[in-house]
Write a protein of this length. Structure first.
Length: 165
């Protein structure tokens, strides 16, 4: 059985490809890359076919992550093959749950930062969009993604082992 995870942000050129890259690295380190597939998409198709934002590529590369990526738009039909759909902010969460064909599919959608341990302070679990800012926003995005990836990996491992609550 292959467990499938898709990370989703707005245009699929900043946050979601960064999350995909970090999670793939964590899966490989844990020896799960043969049992888990990760990819990413955007809620919109504005950048479909484009590579990741050069600032995202720079930050990923500087931190030792793969940055090969082609943007695409999330499709409702994908819910059938996915086990988990990870939204990068609450707007994506709402959009994806509205797009879900069934209640079961809607329950597959979770916020990335809900996996951060210990939990982030406050109620804001959004990963801010770095697109309109400078390189420091991409660094902050990477930090948030890395902080949530360990918890997400543990949750996926629990699912694979059948121990999830």
């Amino acid at each position: 059985m292959t467990y499938r995870v898709c990370f989703v942000c707005t245009g699929n050129i900043c946050r979601s490809p960064m999350a995909e890259s970090v999670f793939r690295a964590r899966m490989a380190e844990a020896g799960l890359d043969d049992r888990v597939e990760a990819d990413s998409a955007g809620t919109g198709g504005w950048h479909e076919g484009d590579g990741a934002d050069p600032r995202a590529v720079r930050v990923l590369t500087e931190h030792g992550y793969d940055s090969d990526h082609t943007a695409r738009q999330f499709q409702a039909s994908w819910f059938a093959r996915l086990d988990l759909v990870i939204a990068l902010d609450s707007g994506h969460l709402k959009a994806l749950r509205r797009l879900a064909p069934t209640e079961e599919d809607a329950r597959k959608v979770r916020l990335l930062r809900s996996y951060t341990r210990p939990s982030p302070a406050g109620d804001d679990l959004d990963v801010p969009d770095p697109y309109y800012g400078g390189l420091d926003g991409f660094e902050e995005c990477l930090e948030m993604v890395e902080a949530a990836s360990e918890g997400l990996l543990a949750a996926v491992r629990d699912e694979l082992e059948g121990t999830a609550a």
